[in-house]
Design a protein around this ligand. Structure first.
Ligand code: ZN
Length: 172
């Protein structure tokens, strides 16, 4: 199962070299997984179906550098005028974005994209069926960030807490 951003430049089937029938996809603005206590029924329904019925073995949350949703949260006031639903949807990610605030706005943007993915991985664990499948080793959970400028995929390394490119992974 792949949970990614609605951004048209980040195409899950292309990223994963998948053909029809291979991946179960949820896309929304800024690839959010609202936690169970504030569940979004659409994301929750897809998780229920993927984990309980399809019994997927991999759950991927994929963000991307250059994400407009995350950028909007770095300075939300001008960005969300006239877009109340978008403001409401993204509000839970505001604290995450602010937690990595950096004087260098490009660095801030990149770090916020990464931190947002890590937060969604934690949110996934609020769903009992996800936590149970993970604890029983039936499910692997992956955090990715796609760099659409270099076409590189960066993978979250839980042991170090950083995202590693394919080259860095191979060097280890
Ligand atoms: Zn995006």
């Amino acid at each position: 199962m792949y949970i990614g951003c609605s951004d048209s430049r980040v195409v899950p089937e292309q990223l994963t070299s998948s053909t029809p029938g291979e991946i179960f996809v949820v896309r929304n603005v800024a690839n959010l997984v609202p936690p169970l206590e504030n569940a979004d029924a659409s994301v929750g329904a897809a998780l229920d179906y993927a984990v309980e019925h399809l019994k997927v073995q991999h759950l991927i949350v994929c963000g991307h550098y250059g994400c407009g949703g995350i950028k909007g949260l770095m300075d939300p006031h001008p960005h969300f005028v006239g877009m109340p639903s978008l403001a409401e949807w993204l509000a839970p990610a505001h604290r995450t974005v602010m937690s990595v605030e950096n004087g260098d706005s490009n660095l801030w943007w990149r770090q916020a994209v990464e931190r947002n993915v890590v937060q969604q991985l934690a949110n996934l664990m609020t769903f009992p069926q996800v936590a149970k499948a993970w604890e029983e080793d039936r499910l692997e959970i992956h955090g990715w960030v796609y760099d659409m400028y270099t076409f590189n995929l960066h993978v979250y390394d839980e042991s170090t807490g950083v995202f590693l490119s394919a080259d860095q992974l191979l060097e280890r």
